[in-house]
Write a protein that binds this ligand. Structure first.
Ligand SMILES: [Zn+2]
Length: 484
């Protein structure tokens, strides 16, 4: 039997998406060297290629956070247990997932320390010291950090016991200001995920049962993954005065009265890397949007045995030209066959492959291959940087439109519970349905179908129809989905 072409055998190492999406995801994470399992159960190691993707997302978000007037700071990893216990709902919500430090320096600690699951408690304690007058407000602080939430079932990037994130914590004079901040951040999150990651999201308000422990209101952005499950991509919480009262964050108001501040907190995490994989990837592996691709272009020299003499110098010159134009480019000059390299970089999701061989050099041209459409284009070397830049923008746009079309195809509006259940048994995705607002109906729906309310439109447009579960008047058209 003839030997299989190398490319084919290479690709079969990834389980097809349609066959087993979950296995496909884990295969891509492993094969593309994004993350690895660690000796600590539930904790992942983010490998350099995965970390480079995270860094690009992180930097894009950090730029927006700073441009909107927020500043970065850093608070301790450990929180005295008594501080976490101050806000009743907060501690109840997080207690099952908390990790404690009981010993330090070989001695039993007088008070257990919590490894932060989130930092409201420690930051609120500091704000109580820092805020005296309305002149000290608002406080607009963000922190980049790791947090720990003990998880039973974990999956790289999507749910891990330790993960990286940013957490913003702000304090304001008025309720209106806090609400405006919460929504401003939500819009910033949406812009980051849609613009940088080419992942369309729906923004909305969480139901009472799905809101952050201790918040007055939680808003989220939700994305649809390639298997039709939703993923919460970011949350922004209006904390009201709950934490201000628990941590005694007061200020002298303009009218000289003493009041509690109004707070917000908000976060996005390394699970965004998982979202990028699951929204854009295909059977050959990753498909990275150019803006978060560690390498936007890979140059692969083609040629006979003497390619190092005939092709490599021109390939190097092109690399320099692209790099000088601010394009992230790598040149694969390893001694492997070009076909093997093609598969390797396809699997790693590099948006554009630039092939160059002796004949191309004669014609003063190169071949560009798009990862998203697999289209191949002959392009003159002259003006190559501008052409590549234009193509990268096109790919970014195309990936967003493709994801949006997929979401639209997998979003249905229903008016009866039978229809609702039927849709969720078949092709998964978002199901928009009227809901009465009762916790009981929400719980029943979840028990019957595994679908939860992802969020509800913020504008609160008067919903048509009656609750699909109980037939009472609805308060909102909720977006339901099975989720990660
Ligand atoms: Zn109902």
């Amino acid at each position: 039997m003839p030997k299989k072409p190398e490319k084919e055998s290479f690709v079969t190492e990834i389980t097809p998406r349609s066959q087993d999406f979950s296995k496909w995801y884990l295969d891509v994470v492993a094969r593309a060297e994004l993350a690895d399992y660690s000796p600590v159960k539930g904790c992942m190691v983010i490998r350099p290629y995965g970390y480079a993707i995270w860094e690009l997302i992180q930097q894009a978000l950090d730029r927006r956070i700073k441009a909107s007037g927020h500043v970065n700071a850093y608070f301790p990893l450990f929180i005295p247990e008594s501080l976490l216990n101050k806000e009743a709902e907060h501690v109840e919500g997080f207690a099952p997932q908390v990790a404690y430090v009981t010993h330090g320096g070989g001695e039993l600690l007088a008070e257990k320390l919590v490894v932060r699951p989130t930092s409201e408690a420690i930051i609120g304690t500091m704000y109580a010291k820092w805020v005296q007058s309305w002149r000290d407000l608002p406080i607009l602080i963000n922190q980049w950090a790791n947090v720990v939430r003990w998880e039973k079932v974990t999956r790289p990037f999507l749910r891990t016991t330790e993960f990286l994130w940013q957490e913003g914590h702000t304090a304001h004079e008025t309720e209106e200001e806090a609400e405006a901040e919460t929504l401003q951040i939500l819009a910033m999150y949406k812009d980051t995920v849609e613009t940088e990651m080419a992942v369309p999201v729906i923004e909305g308000r969480k139901s009472e049962s799905e809101k952050f422990a201790g918040a007055s209101r939680t808003y989220s952005i939700e994305a649809l993954m390639g298997d039709g499950r939703a993923l919460q991509a970011g949350t922004s919480h209006n904390l009201g005065q709950n934490f201000a009262k628990a941590f005694d964050i007061t200020f002298q108001a303009r009218d000289k009265s003493v009041q509690h501040v109004w707070g917000t907190s908000w976060g996005m995490t390394t699970r965004l890397v998982g979202a990028a994989i699951m929204v854009h990837g295909d059977d050959s592996g990753l498909v990275l949007p150019p803006r978060i691709a560690p390498f936007q272009v890979v140059i692969v020299p083609i040629g006979r045995d003497n390619w190092r003499e005939t092709v490599l110098p021109t390939a190097q010159a092109i690399r320099q030209e692209l790099a000088a134009a601010g394009i992230r480019v790598t040149l694969d000059d390893r001694d492997e066959r070009p076909g093997w390299k093609f598969s390797e970089w396809e699997m790693r999701g590099v948006p554009l492959r630039l092939e160059i061989g002796p004949k191309d050099i004669e014609k003063s041209a190169v071949l560009l291959a798009r990862r998203d459409t697999r289209e191949k284009l002959g392009v003159p070397m002259d003006g190559i940087a501008a052409r590549v830049r234009g193509l990268l923008d096109e790919i970014q746009q195309h990936l967003f439109e493709r994801a949006l079309a997929f979401r639209d195809e997998h979003t249905q509006r229903v008016t009866s519970y039978d229809e609702f259940k039927q849709v969720l048994e078949g092709r998964p995705g978002f199901v928009i349905a009227p809901w009465c607002g009762s916790v009981e109906c929400e719980a029943r729906i979840k028990a019957d179908t595994q679908a939860t309310i992802r969020n509800m439109p913020i504008d609160g447009a008067k919903p048509a129809g009656r609750c699909i579960r109980c037939d009472q008047e609805s308060i909102a058209e909720a977006w339901f989905a099975k989720s990660y």
